[in-house]
Design a protein around this ligand. Structure first.
Ligand SMILES: Cc1cc2nc3c(=O)[nH]c(=O)nc-3n(C[C@H](O)[C@H](O)[C@H](O)COP(=O)(O)OP(=O)(O)OC[C@H]3O[C@@H](n4cnc5c(N)ncnc54)[C@H](O)[C@@H]3O)c2cc1C
Length: 442
């Protein structure tokens, strides 16, 4: 069996490593245009800030691939002939496959702004973007970042680290409004202003203005204001990279359409990771998942099916983590930006600010805890996974909250204050009234 994988990101590489374990005799080829070897995309910002060197972002040494008989092709796949089971490469070579996995990731989304082609206007997705950003932000004084999500705040932090003044334009009324409840967003906004980044809410970019050399000189906002700047970061989201799939006539929508086994509309061709769209997402799952750990899970799952062990993709518990400047963020389970019918929410913040803990729970299900947000407080993944999967009552979670605390021991412990605040907000749910039996069997 010759398995060809397009894309050496976390999805493609996990699929290759899993397939190697499951089928020691298989021939496996990884094709990637971006880099000769797999690197950690999430570390891009640390390269720019000088915290890491490129070689530090590679989880495997360059010798690893030959040692595991994984063939690497550093080229772009420019065409796909499903009938002949061949991939066309930019080198002119044709690569025959028995099974093909498309793990082509995402691309930055642009919205046809006038002037977006000017030099100094770009997104941040891969190494070529980082090179451009490094070149074009050399010695500049002012930048504008468009978009209030995770990549937007990363760009702001990167530029700030080099002493560049940043204005962050956010269309919504608060930072990451579609994801964060108001209290969480306010805490992040505080971080943003503490780092002297100018946050403009309710503001969009209308156009980019250039100078005589074709370089950006200003951004015009929808309010008509002209913001002088020498660089513009586009962080208005990413979209699945469909170029190859579309050219080959595979069924696509927002992403490459796949069934629960990550099979596309064409026999022998699979898609996984950021580029895939699930036709029928499981309960609580979204059709397009654009995260590191979901890429890894999908890569592992699809390799089983490809190697003759059909395995449906089941994501399991939702979680995510990020860092907003110095503020760490973790989320587990369901914590939507707006309250949900039938779900109660408890939000604790200390008087001086800087931390937040939110618990969601459902009265109709024995007050089972359904979600957690933590900002500035480190929580243990394994403990939360267990509590959410076992639908543990919120009173018990509060009583045992210390078990989930992952902050170093000299950090101030907040559990007593959190329990007192809970008792004030939900006097009927006495934390001590949890029946002892509910802790049994764990
Ligand atoms: C700046 C940044 C920070 C991020 N931080 C986080 C984070 O903190 N946590 C988190 O969970 N997620 C984060 N993400 C998202 C996460 O990195 C992605 O979800 C993940 O990398 C997707 O993996 P993938 O393997 O599916 O695709 P990718 O990593 O995009 O890999 C796809 C590869 O395929 C290559 N390719 C595409 N088409 C072709 C072709 N035709 N021929 C050859 N090669 C091709 C691409 O060049 C690319 O190298 C971040 C993303 C970015 C951009």
């Amino acid at each position: 069996m010759h398995l060809v994988i397009i894309g050496n990101g976390i999805t493609g590489v996990t699929a290759a490593l899993t397939a190697r374990q499951l089928d020691p005799a298989a021939r496996i080829t990884l094709v990637s245009a971006e880099s000769a070897h797999h690197y950690s995309r999430t570390a891009l910002m640390y390269l720019y800030m000088g915290h890491l060197r490129y070689q530090d972002t590679k989880p495997y040494g360059d010798w690893f691939w030959a040692e595991n008989r994984l063939e690497l092709v550093h080229a772009e796949a420019t065409g796909l002939d499903p009938a002949a089971r061949q991939v066309q490469l930019s080198t002119g070579q044709r690569l025959a496959y028995d099974q093909l996995l498309l793990a082509t990731g995402s691309v930055t989304r642009f919205f046809n702004w006038p002037g977006q082609q000017l030099r100094g206007v770009q997104g941040l997705y891969g190494l070529p973007d980082l090179e451009k950003m490094t070149r074009d932000t050399q010695g500049i004084r002012r930048a504008v970042v468009v978009g209030g999500g995770l990549i937007g705040i990363e760009l702001a932090e990167m530029l700030h680290a080099r002493g560049i003044h940043v204005t962050l334009l956010v269309r919504e009324s608060r930072y990451w409004e579609l994801v964060l409840p108001p209290e969480e967003a306010a805490l992040v906004e505080r971080q943003i202003s503490l780092h002297h980044v100018e946050l403009r809410l309710h503001t969009e970019m209308r156009e980019v203005l250039g100078d005589a050399d074709g370089r950006v000189r200003a951004v015009v906002t929808t309010a008509g204001e002209e913001l002088p700047c020498q660089w513009v970061g586009i962080a208005t989201g990413v979209a699945p990279n469909l170029a190859l799939a579309k050219a080959a006539g595979l069924a696509t929508d927002r992403g490459i359409l796949v069934d629960e086994h990550l099979r596309t509309s064409v026999p022998g061709v699979y898609a996984a990771g950021d580029c895939a769209q699930h036709r029928e997402p499981g309960p609580g799952q979204v059709p397009v998942e654009q995260l590191w750990y979901t890429g890894r899970m999908q890569g592992e799952t699809v390799a089983h099916t490809i190697c003759g062990q059909p395995t449906p993709y089941r994501r399991g518990l939702w979680f995510n983590s990020a860092k907003f400047f110095n503020l760490e963020y973790q989320t587990y389970g369901r914590v939507p930006a707006e309250p949900e019918e039938g779900t109660s929410t408890f939000c604790w913040q200390p008087p001086g600010g800087g931390q937040l803990l939110r618990l969601n729970f459902r009265a109709a299900e024995g007050h089972a805890v359904t979600g957690l947000n933590a900002l500035g407080l480190r929580q243990r993944h394994a403990v939360w996974e267990r509590w959410l999967q076992q639908r543990v009552p919120v009173q018990q979670v509060l009583r045992e909250l210390g078990q989930a605390n992952f902050d170093p021991e000299f950090f101030r412990r907040h559990e007593p204050a959190i329990r007192r605040a809970f008792a004030r907000q939900f006097p009927d749910l006495a934390v001590d009234a949890v029946p002892a039996a509910s802790t049994a069997g764990r």
